[in-house]
Ligand binder design. Structure first.
Ligand SMILES: Cc1cc2nc3c(=O)[nH]c(=O)nc-3n(C[C@H](O)[C@H](O)[C@H](O)COP(=O)(O)O)c2cc1C
Length: 333
C-alpha cells in the first residue's frame, strides 16, 4: 500500500497510531511499528528530556522500524513549555523519523527556530489539526504533513464540531502536503474510505487502545468491547473555550460530576482533581472505568474484539484492499 505517507515516513502501511497519554509507550509503539504501520511514542508520559531519551532508546531496542513521537503543545503545569522544547530537541538529537505535534503550532508555541531545527536534523514534522484553517497554516509554516481530526475523535477535538467525513476532502483541496484522516477510524473500511476522500492514510488511537499490547486492565478491554458509538460525549466546552477545544470522553460517573460543576459555573479548582491525568493513569491500570475522564472516540462503537496489533493491521490492510478493489470512484485531479 504505497501512498505519500508511506513514502514520507518510510513505512509499509498508511496507518499511524495517535498520541495516547500513559498508553503509547515503547512496547505498544514498537509492536505497531513492527507490523509495518507507524507506532507512537507519546512524550507526555515522561517528566524530563532524559526520560524521553531513554524511552526512544528502549523503543529502538524493540524495533528497527520508524515510529513517531507525539508532543502535545497545550499549556500544562506538569509539562511546561520549556520541557516541551526539550522534548523537541531530543527528537532532533535522536533523529526520530517524525514528530506529531498536537495543539498549538510549533512556530508560535515553541518558537520560530523549531521547524528549521527539525529540517536540519532530517526529522519530519506533522501537525494534528481540527480545522481547514489550521491545516493551511501548518503547510505555510513548513510542516511536512498534516492530520485532520474530526469531532468523532477521542481526546480534544476542535469546538467547531465538524465530522471527519467533511473535513478530509476540504483539507485535501486546501493543502498539498500529505494528509492523514483521524477520528472514527477503526478498520479497513475506514482506511479505504479515508483514501477515497483524499487522505494518504489514517491515524487512529481508540482502536489501538483496544489491542493486547496496550496493556490496560481487563475491565477496560471489556468496556471497549461493550460500549457503543453513543457512549461518549463532548464536554468541557467552557473550560477549554480559550483553546477552541473540548474533550470527547466516555460517559461515566466522573463526566456526570464534571458536567454538573460546569453547568453550575464551578471553577478550575473544583474541576482539576476530576480531570487530572493521574486519575486516568490509575484507571487504565486498575480498571474502574467510572473513576476518571477517559478520552475515547466514537469509534469505540465499532470495536468488538481485542486483537494483537499484528492481527489488527493485517486485517485492516486486507479489508481496505478488498474494499478498494470492489470499486471506489477514481477522481481526476
Ligand atoms: C486513550 C487516549 C489517550 C489520548 N492521549 C492523547 C495525547 O496525549 N495527546 C494527543 O495529542 N492526543 C491524544 N489522544 C487523541 C488521539 O491521539 C487521536 O487524536 C484520536 O484518538 C483519534 O480518534 P479515534 O479515537 O477515533 O481513533 C488520545 C486518545 C486516546 C484514545
Amino acid at each position: 500500500m504505497k501512498t505519500r505517507i508511506t513514502e514520507l515516513f518510510g513505512i509499509q502501511y498508511p496507518i499511524q497510531c495517535g498520541g495516547m497519554l500513559w498508553i503509547a509507550k515503547p512496547e505498544l509503539a514498537a509492536a505497531i511499528s513492527n507490523t509495518g504501520a507507524m507506532g507512537n511514542l507519546t512524550s507526555g508520559n515522561y517528566n524530563s528530556a532524559d526520560e524521553l531519551r531513554a524511552a526512544v532508546d528502549r523503543t529502538r531496542e524493540l524495533t528497527d522500524k520508524p515510529f513517531i513521537v507525539n508532543i502535545t503543545t497545550m499549556p500544562s503545569i506538569r509539562l511546561p513549555v520549556e520541557l516541551l522544547r526539550d522534548f523537541f530537541r531530543v527528537c532532533c538529537e535522536k533523529q526520530v523519523v517524525a514528530i506529531e505535534i498536537a495543539g498549538a503550532p510549533v512556530d508560535t508555541f515553541l518558537g520560530k527556530e523549531f521547524i528549521p531545527m527539525a529540517k536540519e536534523a532530517g526529522v519530519k514534522v506533522l501537525h494534528k489539526v481540527g480545522t481547514v484553517k489550521h491545516a493551511v497554516h501548518a503547510e505555510k509554516v513548513g510542516y511536512d504533513a498534516v492530520t485532520i481530526a474530526g469531532f468523532e475523535e477521542g481526546g480534544f477535538p476542535h469546538k467547531d464540531n465538524v465530522s471527519t467525513m467533511v473535513l478530509v476532502p476540504k483539507v485535501r483541496e486546501a493543502v498539498s502536503i500529505p494528509l492523514l484522516a483521524a477520528g472514527g477510524m477503526a478498520d479497513g473500511r475506514s482506511l479505504a474510505a479515508a483514501l477515497a476522500l483524499g487522505a494518504d492514510g489514517v491515524m487512529m488511537a481508540t482502536r489501538f487502545l483496544a489491542t493486547k499490547e496496550s496493556g490496560v486492565h481487563p475491565n477496560i478491554y471489556k468496556v471497549l468491547m461493550e460500549k457503543t458509538e453513543a457512549d461518549t460525549a463532548l464536554q468541557l466546552q467552557t473550560l477549554l473555550a480559550g483553546f477552541g477545544l473540548q474533550v470527547r470522553a466516555l460517559k461515566n460517573e466522573i463526566m456526570e460530576k464534571i458536567a454538573k460543576i460546569e453547568s453550575e459555573g464551578g471553577d478550575l479548582s473544583e474541576l482539576l482533581p476530576l480531570i487530572s491525568g493521574e486519575r486516568a493513569r490509575k484507571v487504565w491500570q486498575d480498571g474502574n472505568a467510572e473513576e476518571a475522564m477517559l478520552t475515547i472516540g466514537q469509534s469505540v462503537g465499532r470495536i468488538s474484539d481485542i486483537p494483537t496489533v499484528a492481527d489488527l493491521v493485517e486485517r485492516m490492510v486486507r479489508e481496505a484492499e478488498a474494499a478498494l478493489r470492489s470499486g471506489v470512484a477514481v477522481f481526476d485531479e
